[in-house]
Structures are given as C-alpha cells and as structure tokens.
Design a protein around this ligand. Sequence first.
Ligand code: FMN
Length: 434
Amino acid sequence: MNELLPDPAPDFDQPVAVLKHCHGRIRKQLATLEKLLAHLPGHGADQQARQAASAVLKYFEKAAHLHHDDEEQDLIPMLRAVAQGEDAATLQALAPVILQDHKDMDAMWQDLHEQLTMIADGSGTQLSSGGVQRFTQRYLGHMEREESMLAPMALRLFGPEQMTRLSQAMQRRRGIEPTPAATVPDVAMPGGSVAAPASTAAAAALAAAASAAAASAAAMSVGERVADLRKDYGQASLDERDVADDPIQQFTRWFEEALKAEVNEPNAMGVSTVDERGRPSSRIVLVKQFDARGFTWYTNYASQKGQQLNGNPFAALLFFWSELERQVRIEGRVERTSAEESDKYFNSRPLKSRLSAIASHQSAPIASRAALEHNYEDVARQFGETPQRPHDWGGFRLVPERIEFWQGRRSRFHDRIVYTRQEDGSWTRQRLQP
Ligand SMILES: Cc1cc2nc3c(=O)[nH]c(=O)nc-3n(C[C@H](O)[C@H](O)[C@H](O)COP(=O)(O)O)c2cc1C
C-alpha cells in the first residue's frame, strides 16, 4: 500500500524548486483572496476576513517582492549569461514579458492593497471583484510562463556553480547565511532527462501571444479564444530504458514526483464509466490508495457511476499532472473493496464528511440546498458522534489491465509508453506514436 505524504518546502540547495514552491504559496494566497471576495458580502470584515486580508497583505508586501527580485536580479541575468542560440532568442522575447508582468502586477496590487488594509483593520469591507480577477489571472498566466519556459531552461542550462550562486543570492536576500558551496547538489527535473532547446519560433510566438492576447481579449469570447491556447511541452522525456518493469512501480515513481512538484490535487483523477446503452460519462474522484491490486476511490454505490459499474464493470481512469506535463491513463475492471476496507476508510474521515456521506443520496435530484442541509441536520441529530458507514457507500477498486504513461514533448512529438497485462499477470510494454 502507498501512503505518500506531501514533502516539506525544498531547501535552498535547490533554488529553482524554491522558486517553484513560492508559486505554490502565491497560488494559495490568490485562492484566499478569492475566498475573501465571496466571504465579505455575507460576513463583512469579521475576524476571519481580517485574518485573511492580513495574510494576503503580508505575503504580497514582502515575500512576493523578494521572489520578483530573485528573478529580476539573479535568475534572468544569470540565464542571459549562459543562454545561446535558440535559448538566447527565447530569453530575449520572454524576459521583457516577465518584467512587464511584474510591473503591471505591482500596479494592480496597489489598488487591492488599500482595500485589504482597510479590511484587515476592520474599517472597510470593499474589495473590487474585477481587481481581484485581473490580479489573479495575470499572476496565474505569469507563473505558467515561468514554469513552462524559465524554470526548465534554468534546470537545463545551469551547472552546480550557477545553482550555488543563485541559491546564495536568494538566501542573502532573505537575511539567511548561505549554505557552503560544497553542499549544493546538481538539480535535475523529475524524469531525469533534459529538454530540447526552445525554438526561435516559440520565442517569437510567446512575445506575439503576450501582446496579441491583451489586444484581442476584449473583442473575442472565451469560447473563441480557447483555440489560441497553445503550450509547447519540453520539461522531460520518457525512455523505454528508464521506465520500471512494473507499471505500478512506474506510477509510484511519477506520483512521488507529482507530490514533490506540488502539483495541484495530485490524487484527483477522471473516472469514466458507460451506461447500459454504451454511452460514457466522466467525473473526477480522489484516489485514496493504490498498490498491486489496483486503484481505489470511495463513493456512493447508488450514484450514477455506481449504477453504471453495476451494469458494466469496465472503466477508465485519467490523471493529468499539468505542472509536469504528464498524463496517465488506466483501464480495467472495477470491483468493490471489502466491507472491512470501506469501514476502515469511512471511519478515518472527519465526522462532518461521514455525516454528509449518509445525508447525501449522491446523484439523486433534490428540491433545494435548504432541503439538503435539512437532511444533514436530521442525520447529525440521529447519529451524533458515531455514524456507521451506510451500506451503499464504500470503495471501488479498478484492477488495471492497461496503463499508459504520457510525457509531453516539444512540437506535439510526445512520448507514450503503454503497459498491457498478460494472462499470467506479467506486464509487457511498448511505445506508441504520439
Ligand atoms: C477534485 C474533486 C474530487 C472529488 N472526489 C470525489 C470522490 O472521491 N468521491 C466521489 O464520490 N465524488 C467525488 N467528487 C465528485 C464527483 O466528481 C461527482 O460529482 C460525484 O461523484 C457524482 O458523480 P456521478 O453522479 O457520476 O456518480 C469529486 C469532485 C472533484 C472536482
């Protein structure tokens, strides 16, 4: 059984990972900002709102500036010093976009800063929804640019000497005595191998996309703009010689790397089932366990997916770890976990989640939110602190027959390795065309 816990923040001996970790924290602050926006109309500047506003202020006033300085004063100049040919061209197009993002985000922040200060001291309740949306969207796009272009380039071009220099500069900026150079190891991306150089065309496309996106955003609907979303992949590669003989081992390796990279909801997966007419439907669930027996999630057996699996036990799972440019597709037959396993997991859940599982007849229609809340109150009154697992709630385990690992590569020339289970339980594997 695999019970993998998220890793703590990386050390400064992996400066690029530290920068990436900062992005995780920025994303959390942006989520808090969105929650605060939803919270204020109903609750005003109550204690929770004041705390949230203070936390966001604290982060963007200090840590975010240090992070921008790391990039402007160290990372980008150091990349400029080593980048050649197509990398240099990419950087020439990318660096002004990054710097402009920083300036624009600073200006957007100033408007929010004033409002958040008043919320934090309880003297105001105004927070501009448009301001929050613009700030959030700009930051998310900015981090995506850095994660897909700058960070992979640094990992590819920097040797131990540059990594040490970057690490030391970042530590000094934060008033930390730098770790001695000898302890700074090489930094490699998960997957181990290096990316191909970014093309000049990609650099030009990036610069064009940045200005074109701003100009056309107002004129086109999101539905129209979606065709222009184009991202080239190139963080890593997947080679037959590098993958494990056993696909569960390979999955474990990738899952550990997803945890390390702090991908968003690494255990969220799509589950597709089909109804009696052969029509498919998909939804996201959380994998709660995986091992040689298969991949387990918990749900309501009477739900739509539960009913479909009763009629046809074959299903497909899908993981997409965008930050690592990876997808895993898993297909096989689904069985129920034992009552003991389901009880064990049910009893490990927080009380309110257990009560919710009893109160909700998942996938069945209900007249209103109020009716749902009413059912919950009834269940809470009836079961108190010791709710029992209902018989129609438990685990499903997909026993895999086919597992495909997909690694994004440049210009849509991706790597795909698929494992197929044989009659005797052993696995064969082969490469598929992208
Ligand atoms: C991130 C995320 C995690 C979810 N995890 C679960 C889960 O573990 N179990 C579950 O029954 N539903 C989960 N859901 C809700 C399902 O997507 C779905 O709405 C629900 O299971 C009903 O699906 P059905 O009507 O097709 O049976 C999750 C949704 C999201 C977005």
